[in-house]
Structure formats: C-alpha cells, structure tokens
Design a protein around this ligand. Structure first.
Ligand code: GLY
Length: 325
C-alpha cells in the first residue's frame, strides 16, 4: 500500500475507533480558548433546588471560590430530609441500607469521589477531602466511612422513618423498575463559575431507589456524572446512571464543547448517543446540564419533566429542560 493511502486509511480507522466520525463534519477547533466570563458568577444545578443554588450563587457574589460554593450548595440538599434521592432521608437499597455517592472536580482538574458510603450526610465535602488530603481519587464503602470519622464527620444514621416506611411498602411487591421524574428531583449535580473565571462542580446522590446492595451509579464516576475542564466548561448528569456511564456522558459534553459546540448542542448530542444505543423510546430518564467558560448554559433530557435551576441577579430561577419526548 502506498504511504499516502496507508495514512489516509489509518486516519479514517482511528477517527472511527474514537467515535468522532460525526465531528469531522463539525468545526475542528481543539485548541480554541473561549473568552472567559469575568462579569458575574454563575451557578446551575439539576432539578428544582432553589435554596441550594441560592446558597452557592450568593457565596460566589461574596467572593467565595467556586469549589467552596458548590460544596456548600449541594450540602443544602444533602441535609434536606424531604429530598428522597440525596443525603439523609434518601431511599435505601433493597436490603434497607442507605448508601451515598458523591464527587467533586475543580478548576485545576483535581477530583475526588466517595462511593457506597453509610452514615455520612455530607458526602460531597468528604469527596473534597479525598481530593485534597489523600493521594487517591476514589474511596469506597467502609474505607470512605472510616476516613470521614478521621476527618471529624459525625456518624448519622441515614434511614429516616419516612424512608423506611416507603421501603417497607416497596417490599410488598419488590418490583424493580427505574422511575421517571416521579419526585421532580434526583441526583443533584451543580456547576459553579466564580467571578475569577474558575469552574468547579459536584454531584451527590443516593443512587437508584431500591438498587442492588453495592450498586454504584454514574454520580461519583469522574467523566460520567461530572466533568470539569477550566479551559472549556463543565457538565453533570442526572437519571439512570448505567446509561450515563456507557457514554461517559459528562466528559463527552465537555469534549464536544472543546470542539466548538454550544453547551445546549453538546447536551443534545450526548442524549442522542444514549438513544442511538437503545432504539425506540426508553423507559428511563437521563438529563444533562452544562456550562461553558463564557457562561453559556445548556440542558437536555430524554423525557419531559427534567428541569434545572440557575442563579441570576440574586435569584434562583427554575426552568424546564428541553427534551426528546
Ligand atoms: N444518577 C444517579 C444514579 O444512577 O446513581
């Protein structure tokens, strides 16, 4: 084979292997550095979480950096017993055990995550400690719990009477089907861009209600539930973690934005990738939100019912996301 043909075949093969064939029809601008937002902080979170967004937005208005703002913001939902999918009050697994997953990622590209943690409410803060105080990225199970006690976190039983009652009712039938938008909230993913143009994000959840014992979803998996790249933007996910992991959804959105796509178009393309693997109308929900470093935002989901909340001029505003169905 002639040398020129060999290289041209190789280039087709490599781009096909990487799954970026589609991108070749789009702007190729991997090295572009978007103009940075300097005028105002931006905070955006999955679902209707006004208090959490208000908290992070106001902190950044006071000059608090994005990482601290995002961890304090999601902590509002972790402490909210009425939120049945995050922190204390969350639904347990099939055996009645509440286990939490969370991660954080900052403007430097550093990250930390905890998985399947019992008895600790503020798992996003614990993930921050993993990032800052250990040589690791992921800590799971009893190791993460012991680390939390070493860091001074209190031991707090996470199964509330209300959650136990729901679980006992579920046990009657023990049917396991992912539910779509039943409570108008799910995993809290939050992205913050502070006044210095620094991005950080966090994702925190109890995962699927009545999941198998030991199951971990996308939320603490860097690249799936959350990805932050301060040169480009950030994205986070909610919904059925298994579907998000299979597309490495948040990383994909950030890479599409790096390639010149808007946050909205990048979210839409990533949902399209998920659907292209399934065929037909799936019986599960996935939603993404994203921002770029210029402060533009995007959101998209498979089904109607997903919403996101953002901070503007001292107020938290909740808006429905566009969706495929
Ligand atoms: N997105 C949350 C989960 O699947 O665990």
């Amino acid at each position: 084979m002639k040398r020129r043909n060999f290289f041209s075949k190789m280039s087709v093969g490599v781009s096909g292997f990487l799954g970026i064939g589609l991108l070749q029809a789009r702007p190729q601008n991997w090295n572009a550095k978007p103009k940075r937002l300097t005028n105002s902080p931006l905070s955006i979170g999955t679902w209707n979480c006004p208090e959490a967004i208000q908290t992070s937005g106001q902190l950044m208005d006071q000059g608090i950096p994005a990482l601290e703002a995002v961890v304090k913001g999601v902590a509002v939902e972790e402490a909210n017993e009425d939120n049945t999918t995050v922190g204390i009050g969350a639904s347990p697994d099939r055996s009645g055990l509440v286990t939490l997953d969370a991660c954080v990622m900052d403007a430097k590209g550093d990250c930390g995550a905890v998985m399947a943690v019992e008895n600790i409410v503020h798992v996003a803060r614990l993930a921050q400690h993993v990032m800052e105080d250990t040589p690791h990225v992921n800590l799971a199970g009893v190791g993460a719990e012991e680390f939390a006690y070493n860091k001074g976190f209190p031991k707090t039983p996470l199964l509330t009477p209300a959650a136990e009652k729901r679980w006992k009712a579920w046990l009657q039938k023990s049917e396991f089907t992912p539910e779509i938008n039943v409570e108008n909230h799910d995993t809290i993913g939050m992205l913050c861009l502070d006044a210095r143009g620094k991005l950080s994000g966090s994702c925190t959840t109890s995962g699927l209600a009545y999941k198998m014992k030991g199951r971990v979803g996308d939320s603490p998996i860097i690249g799936s539930g959350l990805f932050v790249d301060n040169e480009v933007g950030a994205a986070t996910a909610t919904g059925l973690g298994e579907a998000v992991i299979k597309t490495v959804g948040s990383f994909l959105i950030v890479e599409l934005m790096r390639n010149g796509w808007s946050p909205q178009k990048a979210c839409e393309e990533t949902i399209r990738r998920i659907l292209s693997k399934k065929g037909g109308k799936p019986d599960f929900q996935v939603g993404f939100i994203a921002i770029n470093i210029e402060g533009e935002k995007g959101a998209y989901s498979i089904h109607k019912g997903f919403s996101y909340t953002y901070y503007k001029s001292g107020k938290a505003i909740n808006v429905p996301s566009a969706s495929v169905y």
